[in-house]
Design a protein around this ligand. Structure first.
Ligand code: ADP
Ligand code: ASP
Ligand code: MG
Length: 459
């Protein structure tokens, strides 16, 4: 079995959907096709919900446009008249539900989180029905019934055991015809049944959960670029396709901001050793990127560069900071208990400062948790101050062999210093496979371009 995931741009227009049809029809294996909402729709669904809640009556014409877009797509891609009528019968009630939800939030002038989740779910609910109809002879499995989440602090995370069981039951049901089409991203709470989702970009994760549950041969992620590139192509024009990379490299690059795969996606397939292929729906003959358990090569040991924006740096200063091991264990445990994670750690024995980077959005909770954890030390002066600097970015160079290239850390620091880019903290220890640097947000784009040129464009 193979699992294919088509992102928003792959299902955004009649033309790209025609490519999806060709790709799926050419398959010989049993396939599960996971689709995102029509390109850009999730953003529009959210923006329109906010409009409605804010009393902006234009939400009505936005809804009209969504109706037209879905009707036009159905008209264009579902050839058979009877099947087209059935598709409209399935999609129209979802559009009506969406309208009632918008009218509801407009009436109460509020947008509760669970209502927003129901609103955004309509995107994948509709696109999956449309793609199943387009493929003719395909079955549709309702992701809301088989992909389950549970609460983890204020987040919804996949309830993997029950999801695996439900996916296996649904996808091995007698009489099920392949290909099977499912909506990505959408899910429901394991205990309340309320509609939830796996987070923005989460269709990749749905596909990985399916691939792992079914022991698929490969997970194909079809998107709008030729593969996993050495850097974000929207920033670095000369970014090039990485032909082969390891699971760990892809995991590091995605955790540090490469948007091409939603980070939690990699773990379930890595665990089952199911390779991932990144492919371009608009250019299906391109070889793409093959991600597996074999070690990546990379130029100079570096597979790629990525950047996380909206970061902040927390520094604990004081005598106690000269013992970074103890400080890090206590800090990270305190943060992890509330579901906060840290992106980079910089601390050197003997220096009275210990720093780590994390998402700026997590700063208010992080500072509160650290003040609680270190209350005694803040009183007796072992920790003098907890400092926060915002408007930062964390830049990462990733490669399986990066630690075997002793000149790389110095080279990167030199390149940045020569351009006057200040590195506020860096870490060559946190992971075996990445080097990371905290710089000002405004320096992120020039730094990425400079490093890319030096590491990938100069040979
Ligand atoms: P989809 O809708 O198919 O899920 P996304 O927009 O989520 O597509 O992800 C694909 C996009 O990720 C590309 O269009 C590209 O602009 C961006 N991207 C960022 N970093 C990288 C990278 N290192 N390699 C490839 N694409 C990247
Ligand atoms: N449609 C969702 C989003 O835009 C999920 C996805 O595309 O992966 O975030
Ligand atoms: Mg995506």
């Amino acid at each position: 079995m193979i699992v294919l995931k088509f992102g928003g741009t792959s299902v955004g227009t009649a033309e790209s959907l025609a490519n999806v049809k060709k790709i799926v029809e050419n398959l010989e294996d049993e396939a599960v096709v996971v689709v995102s909402a029509l390109g850009g729709l999730t953003d529009r669904l959210i923006a329109t919900a906010r409009m409605a809640a804010d009393g902006n009556e234009e939400y009505r014409s936005e809804w009209d446009a969504m109706v037209k877009r879905h009707h036009d797509i159905i008209e264009a891609v579902v050839g058979d008249a009877a099947r087209r009528a059935m598709t409209l019968e399935a999609v129209n009630p979802i559009l009506d539900e969406l309208r009632r939800l918008y009218d509801g939030v407009n009436l109460i002038a509020d947008l509760p989180a669970k209502t927003l989740a129901q609103i955004v779910s309509t995107g994948e609910r509709m696109s999956s029905v449309i793609v199943a109809a387009m493929l003719g002879g395909a079955s549709h499995v309702n992701s809301l019934e088989v992909v389950k989440t549970e609460k983890w602090f204020d987040k919804n995370i996949a309830a993997t055991e029950v999801t695996t069981r439900l996916l296996r039951e649904a996808l091995s049901a007698p009489g099920l015809t392949f290909p099977v089409v499912m909506g990505g991203f959408i899910s429901s709470d394991v205990s309340t049944g309320e509609i939830t989702n796996l987070g923005r970009g989460g269709s990749d994760y749905t596909a990985a959960l399916v691939a792992a549950a079914m022991d698929a041969d490969v997970l194909q992620i079809w998107t709008d670029v030729d593969g996993f590139l050495t850097s974000d192509p929207r920033i670095v024009k000369n970014a090039r396709v990485i032909e082969r990379m390891s699971f760990v490299e892809s995991m590091d690059l995605c955790t540090f901001g490469a948007k091409v795969i939603y980070p939690p996606t990699i773990y379930p397939v890595f665990h089952k050793n199911i390779p991932i292929r990144i492919l371009n729906t608009l250019h299906p003959e391109a070889p793409g990127t093959f991600i597996s358990d074999s070690q990546g090569k990379g130029a100079n040991g570096v597979a790629g560069l990525s950047v996380l924006r909206n970061e902040a740096l927390v520094t604990l200063r004081g005598r106690m900071a000269s013992n970074p091991a103890d400080l890090s264990t206590r800090s990270f445990n305190a943060l992890a208990r509330k579901g906060l994670s840290v992106h980079l750690v910089a601390g050197t024995a003997g220096i009275n400062a210990f720093s780590f980077a994390l998402a700026a959005a997590d700063i208010p909770s992080a500072v509160r948790l650290l003040k609680e954890e270190f209350a005694p030390e803040l009183v007796d002066g072992q920790i003098e101050v907890i400092e926060v600097i915002e408007n930062l970015a964390t830049l990462a160079a990733v490669g399986d062999n990066i630690k075997k290239m002793p000149t790389i850390p110095g080279l990167i620091l030199n390149i940045l210093a020569n351009e006057g880019i200040e590195v506020l903290a860096y870490s060559d220890k946190a992971s075996e496979t990445s080097l990371s640097y905290v710089i000002a947000e405004k320096d992120a784009t020039p730094a990425l371009k400079l490093l890319h040129r030096a590491l990938f464009e100069m040979q």
